[in-house]
Design a protein around this ligand. Structure first.
Ligand code: HEM
Length: 201
C-alpha cells in the first residue's frame, strides 16, 4: 500500500550525501574503536601474568581504558553509522530490494553481534573470569578486518561482487597479514621467555 503523501518523509536534495558522509565517518570511528578495544583486551589478559602489586594497577588501568573506549568512541561510532544508514535507506528505500544490501545487512548483523560480544568479554576481564588467552584474543581481532573487507566490497561492487583472481589475491593477502601478526606475537613471546630463562641462570 503506498504511503499517503502527507506522511511520507520529504528530504532536502543534499540529505542523501550528508547521511553518506556521516555514515562513513561513523564506520571509521566504530572500527577504530573495535580494533583498539580487543588490543586492550590482549594487554589486559597478559597483565594477569604480572606480579600482584603491578598486576592490580595494570588491570585497573586497562579496565578503565576499555570502558572509556567502548562507551565514548566505539558505541557512539556504531550509533552514528547505523543511524545514518537508516537515513540513507529512508531517502532511498529501493536499496532494500537489492541482493547486495541483503548480504550487507547479514554481515552487519554479524558485526553487531561481535560488538555485543566485546562488551561481554570486557565484563569478564573486569571480573577476572575471562578464559580467553592472549593468542585467542589476537585471532579474534582479525574477524572485524574480514567483515570490513566484505562489507566495503559489497557496497562498492554492489550486485557485481567480484569472484575472480583479484578477490582471491586480496583474501590471501589479508590471511597472510593475519598469520604474520600471530607468528610475530608468538616469536616475541618465546624470545622474552628465553631471555627471562637465560637471566635466571
Ligand atoms: C546498518 C547497516 C548498514 C546499512 C543499512 C548501510 C547502508 C548503506 C547505504 C544505503 C549506502 C549508500 C550506497 C550508495 O550510495 O552507493 C552505504 C554506503 C556505505 N557504507 Fe553502509 N550501511 C550499513 C553499515 C555499514 C558498515 C558496517 C560499513 C563498514 C564496514 C559500511 C560501509 C559503507 C561505505 C564505505 C559506504 C560508501 C560507499 C560508496 O559511496 O561507494 N556500511 N551504506
Amino acid at each position: 500500500m503506498p504511503v499517503p503523501s502527507a506522511f511520507a518523509l520529504t528530504w532536502p536534495p543534499e540529505a542523501y550525501l550528508w547521511f553518506k558522509t556521516l555514515h562513513i565517518v561513523g564506520v571509521v570511528v566504530w572500527f577504530a574503536g573495535l580494533f583498539y578495544l580487543v588490543r586492550l583486551f590482549i594487554y589486559h589478559r597478559e597483565a594477569t601474568e604480572l606480579e600482584p602489586p603491578l598486576r592490580q594497577a595494570f588491570e585497573d588501568q586497562y579496565a578503565l581504558m576499555e570502558r572509556r573506549l567502548a562507551n565514548i568512541i566505539t558505541t557512539p561510532g556504531m550509533v552514528v553509522a547505523v543511524g545514518c544508514a537508516v537515513g540513507l535507506l529512508s531517502v532511498n528505500p529501493a536499496w532494500l530490494q537489492q541482493g547486495w544490501m541483503h548480504a550487507k545487512l547479514g554481515f552487519v548483523l554479524a558485526l553487531l553481534a561481535y560488538h555485543a560480544f566485546c562488551y561481554r568479554l570486557m565484563g569478564r576481564l573486569r571480573q577476572g573470569s575471562c578464559q580467553w588467552s592472549g593468542r585467542q584474543l589476537r585471532a579474534l581481532n582479525e574477524l572485524p578486518t574480514l567483515l570490513l573487507l566484505i562489507v566495503v566490497m559489497l557496497v562498492v561492487f554492489k550486485n557485481q561482487f567480484p569472484t575472480g583472481a583479484a578477490t582471491w589475491l586480496i583474501v590471501a593477502l589479508v590471511v597472510f597479514m593475519a598469520a604474520s601478526i600471530q607468528f610475530y606475537a608468538r616469536w616475541r613471546r618465546l624470545r622474552t621467555e628465553g631471555d627471562a630463562a637465560a637471566a635466571a641462570g
